[in-house]
Design a protein around this ligand. Structure first.
Ligand code: O2Y
Ligand code: MN
Length: 585
């Protein structure tokens, strides 16, 4: 037990409800990690991997019914429905406490309750906030140890303050019928029951650092966003930072860890990772927008991660990593997944725990299988990734998967127009996500599943922030995913995306002109360097083209999208009308 009476009282109340056999308060020490790992190994909760090839690495398999975030079981629980807004699932606050209270009652009987104090954000930063997660899962404890600054360090930061986010998690029966992920932003609380997987249970991540934090950001005048943060260092040694919001499954981790094409490496360009998923942003004393990554690890998707697509991610998870739902190579007790870029093992144990061979018709690794790895191990981690002051953001980039409509890159006319572009962001589904390919899902600022309050109010908050930032980042939209008539991606992507980032930064620095179009400023094709890209100027012209018919359809779809918001700001309505006029004349 620590000395904070608010924490102690709350833990006592939660223990009275969940009735664990024992309560263990975590301090974050190495000894504690070793003890809990040993315990999890003894029960099979963790499996030890090849300690020569993968030192400090372990494997965990979740239930077959519990392999991803569950948006339909995720709720914002406020007194009034309007405060959760039209997009979130809503439960009335006291009804939610009552419903989940029944499920939590006695849920930890025969189990140990772990109390995890943790910080989101670098220790002793003005950005950072403390949470306490109560859980009955050692897997959660060991993941939180990677993803957050956990243990005594958090209680030292909290001191005797009552200001902490109260997170309660129990695996319950791992039953989708009794699974709920509930957020109580009015009470700084999160209750999650019935799952043992990822975003549902590592409460510091999506639940706190996005849903609760977005609510706090609006109240306190800052922003919590679903954004990677990267730094581009030029040959003179100057680094400029970009934050970028993409819906899930659009390659945020790959972009955050981009390796420059050879030509740029030789010139002296470097790309540094600050974060791959979440950014907390505040206005600095210098009038710029500054960002921190609130997390301290990566919970990256494994399939498709290879030495070609993302060597930095692969190298990051060579040690001290927890792998979840990947396949185990039977021959050498290492891990394997589809798209790893190495031949499939002759025999493996698949994510379901069954024997697998290359002839099997099933996937060896679950498509949403993950690695949890410490950010500090990333070969391209920025020297400023834990700077308490954060890093100054020059550009905000929105993006999604669009086979046809959106050009490779364009810049908004100004902040307000940029907020409009973010509010209408869309991405087309991939087979891996839903089974249905090419269905357009509008995902404002990539926050659709993660905004903890009314989306109309969220747009308003963005607009208000824009008025308060004396020197705001410029706002851009990118689309790496335009396809040709055969459905093949035209732009090479990956490291070559640096070519687009360099145009973006050149715009921020006032170094290049652009063409004013109906949707924003588009590059003069000659201003994106193509040498060594395999793309010729005519192809680039195609990638930058704006097709009037597609945009007429797009405008009509945007109108339908915006119609669903009960609190849509006037500025967004006006931006829509202006776009419609520019497209339709
Ligand atoms: O399915 C989950 O629980 C993980 S989802 C996830 C994990 C890391 C980063 N982003 C996401 C996401 O869905 O945006
Ligand atoms: Mn994400």
């Amino acid at each position: 037990m620590y000395n904070n009476k608010y924490v102690n009282e709350w833990v006592e109340q939660m223990a009275a409800m969940t009735q664990p056999d024992e309560i263990v308060w975590l301090d974050g020490s190495q000894e504690e990690k070793e003890r809990l790992t040993k315990q999890a190994l003894s029960t099979g909760e963790l499996i030890e991997l090849n300690q020569t090839e993968l030192p400090g690495c372990y494997y965990h398999k979740t239930a077959e019914n519990d392999v991803a975030r569950v948006e339909h079981l995720t709720f914002i629980c406020t007194e009034k429905k309007e405060d959760a807004g039209p997009i979130n699932n809503w439960m009335e606050k006291s009804a939610a406490y009552a419903k989940l209270g029944t499920l939590f009652t006695g849920s930890m009987k025969g189990r140990t309750m772990y109390v995890i104090p943790y910080i989101m954000g670098p220790a002793n930063s003005e950005f950072s906030k403390v949470g306490i997660e109560i859980t009955d899962s050692i897997y959660v404890v060991l993941n939180m140890r990677i993803m957050t600054r956990m243990g005594k360090i958090a209680m030292d930061m909290l001191g005797d303050s009552p200001n902490f986010i109260k997170g309660l998690h129990s695996k319950g029966e791992i039953n989708p019928e009794k699974r709920y992920i509930c957020h109580f932003p009015e009470d700084n609380a999160i209750w999650s029951i019935g799952s043992g997987y990822g975003g549902n249970v590592l409460l510091g991540k999506k639940c706190f650092a996005l849903r609760i934090a977005s609510w706090l950001g609006r109240k306190e005048g800052w922003m919590a966003e679903h954004m990677l943060i990267l730094g581009v260092q030029d040959p003179t040694g100057n680094t400029q930072y970009v934050s970028a919001a993409f819906p899930s499954a659009c390659g945020k981790t790959n972009l955050a860890m981009l390796i420059p094409p050879k030509k740029y490496q030789e010139m002296g360009y470097k790309v540094w990772t600050v974060g791959d998923d979440i950014a907390w942003l505040r206005i600095g004393e210098d009038g710029r927008l500054w960002a921190v990554n609130p997390e301290s690890g990566f919970f990256g998707v494994a399939p498709g991660t290879s030495m070609k697509s993302n060597p930095n991610a692969l190298l990051t998870c060579k040690k001290n990593t927890i792998f979840t739902n990947v396949a185990i190579n039977t021959a050498d007790n290492t891990v394997w997944w589809e798209g790893m870029g190495v031949p499939a093992p002759a025999e493996a144990i698949d994510w379901r725990g069954n024997k697998w061979t290359p002839d099997s018709t099933e996937k060896a690794a679950h498509p949403n299988s993950r690695f949890t790895a410490p950010a500090g191990q990333c070969p391209c981690i920025s020297e400023n990734w834990e700077d308490p002051a954060g890093v100054p953001i020059s550009a905000i980039v929105f993006g999604g998967r669009r086979a046809k409509v959106a050009p490779l890159v364009y810049q908004s006319f100004d902040w307000e127009h940029g907020v409009f572009i973010g509010s209408t962001m869309a991405s087309e589904t991939t087979a891996a996500a839903t089974g249905a390919v090419g269905v357009v899902r509008r995902d404002p600022m990539a926050m659709r599943p993660f905004c903890g309050y009314n989306m109309g109010d969220y747009f308003q908050h963005w607009l208000e922030m824009g008025k308060k930032i004396p020197n705001p980042p410029k706002i851009f939209n990118v689309n790496w995913f335009r396809t040709d008539e055969n459905g093949k991606f035209i732009w090479p992507g990956f490291g070559d995306n640096l070519r687009v980032l360099l145009w973006i930064l050149a715009r921020c620095n006032g170094q290049v002109d652009a063409v004013e179009t109906a949707i924003g400023y588009v590059p003069n094709p000659e201003d994106i360097d193509l040498e060594g890209s395999g793309i010729d100027l005519d192809t680039l012209k195609g990638l930058l083209s704006i097709d009037k018919d597609s945009w007429t359809t797009e405008v009509a779809d945007i109108e339908k999208h915006l119609a669903q918001f009960d609190r849509l700001p006037e500025e967004i309505k006006n931006q829509y009308e202006a776009l419609k006029k520019r497209i339709n004349g």
